[in-house]
Design a protein around this ligand. Structure first.
Ligand code: PLP
Length: 356
């Protein structure tokens, strides 16, 4: 047993993994592997339908929005969003809150004009710009709801009067959201939804087809919607495992219930960081993420010792991202409060040892 707080690709509950592993050899008692059944068979159509309807229920996605399952990760969405929504002579507003937001900006610049309305790059992205202005002539405003590397997150939906687009890769399904406020939400599935290889996109009906540009068929959202995520071979196994995970989340009480758990987990860890004289949080307090908690040590030079100390207690994956250093503890849905208690005890024990 390991306490894995790694940032990714992601984390799934043990019971989901156990069920998922059975389907490799015997899917739904068919005597066939999930990997060999036809993706056009009724068996698999049922899986996609159930996955979609669970996403709809869990996130309360209104009928005004379509849900599709794609491949290519969030990075492909960095390009697909402007390809489909940004007119060649148009403008899009982006908020620069980290490496991922920045990659989205660089990709969008290949399709139109990008206005970066706010950035925290000069503070190594340790806060979220809040006083930005978005002019009414932009095609959309894009932001990243949770900045996985820096441990900052929007706990609210920014108030803008233009269409909203959001990269929710690292906090989708971790908290309640009002989907009706968004024109488009996308997420690489791997943090809280399912295995890497699957990308979830939620799109408001009627917003497509207004941009005059040649869009390769494979990158045209309309074709994926029309073909119910079956335009080409979908990420069969990833969709299946995500569906099991959505069932698991539903059994747990849905997003509202997991949000309470996530709040409790994050509160416990942040309390320790704030109370423990050895550690200090890196993100501005009001912008702290509940998914990725970043902190450093007040006394330099003890980081490796603490990592070893933690590893001896089966705690792994707490090293910070290579661009930030320090520590990063990811508290995805499948991490339990008990796991966080083990980590907090280790932090306390280590700091007490150092005091003496
Ligand atoms: N956006 C965010 C917020 C992420 O955390 C990540 C990866 O961790 C990405 C985008 C890139 O996702 P992908 O690797 O699926 O392209």
């Amino acid at each position: 047993m390991k306490y894995n707080f790694g940032a990714g690709p992601g984390k799934l509950a043990k019971e989901v993994l156990e069920e998922a592993s059975k389907a490799i050899t015997n899917f739904n008692n068919t005597g066939l592997s999930i990997l060999e059944i036809s993706h056009r068979s009724q068996y698999f159509m049922d899986v996609v339908d159930e996955a979609e309807s669970l996403v709809r229920d869990l996130l309360e996605v209104p009928e005004t929005h379509d849900i599709i399952f794609l491949q290519g990760g969030a990075s492909t969405q960095f390009a697909m969003v402007p390809m489909n929504l940004l007119p060649p002579d148009g403008f899009a507003a982006y908020l620069d809150t980290g490496v991922w937001a920045n990659k989205a900006i660089q990709e969008a610049k290949r399709f139109g004009e990008v206005v970066v309305v706010g950035s925290s790059i000069n503070a190594n992205y340790n806060f979220l710009p809040r006083d930005f202005k978005v002019s009414s002539n932009v095609a959309y405003f894009h932001y990243t709801s949770n900045n996985t590397i820096y441990g900052t997150a929007f706990s609210f939906t920014p108030e803008v009067t233009v269409p909203l687009v959001c990269d929710m890769s690292s906090d989708i399904f971790s908290r309640r959201i009002d989907v009706s406020k968004y024109n488009l939400i996308y997420a690489g599935a791997q943090k809280n939804a399912g295995p890497a290889g699957l990308t979830i996109v939620i799109i408001k009906k009627g917003i497509l087809g207004h941009v005059k540009r040649v869009i390769p068929f494979i990158f045209d959202y309309r074709l994926h919607i029309e073909n119910k995520s079956m335009y080409n071979t979908p990420a069969v196994y990833a969709i299946y495992v995500a569906m099991l995970n959505f069932r698991w989340l539903t059994r747990k009480g849905g997003v509202a219930a997991i949000e309470l758990e996530n709040n409790a987990k994050a509160a416990l860890l942040y309390r320790e960081i704030d109370d423990n004289p050895l550690f200090v949080g890196t993100a501005r307090t009001e912008d702290r993420s509940r998914m990725n908690v970043t902190f450093t040590m007040v006394t330099a030079g003890l980081e490796q010792e603490f990592l070893n100390f933690s590893r001896d207690r089966y705690i792994i994956g707490i090293e910070g991202h290579r661009s930030t250093g320090g520590f990063r503890v990811s508290l995805y849905n499948a991490v339990t409060l008990q796991d966080v208690e083990v980590l907090v005890s280790a932090m306390r024990e280590f700091s007490t040892q150092k005091e003496h």
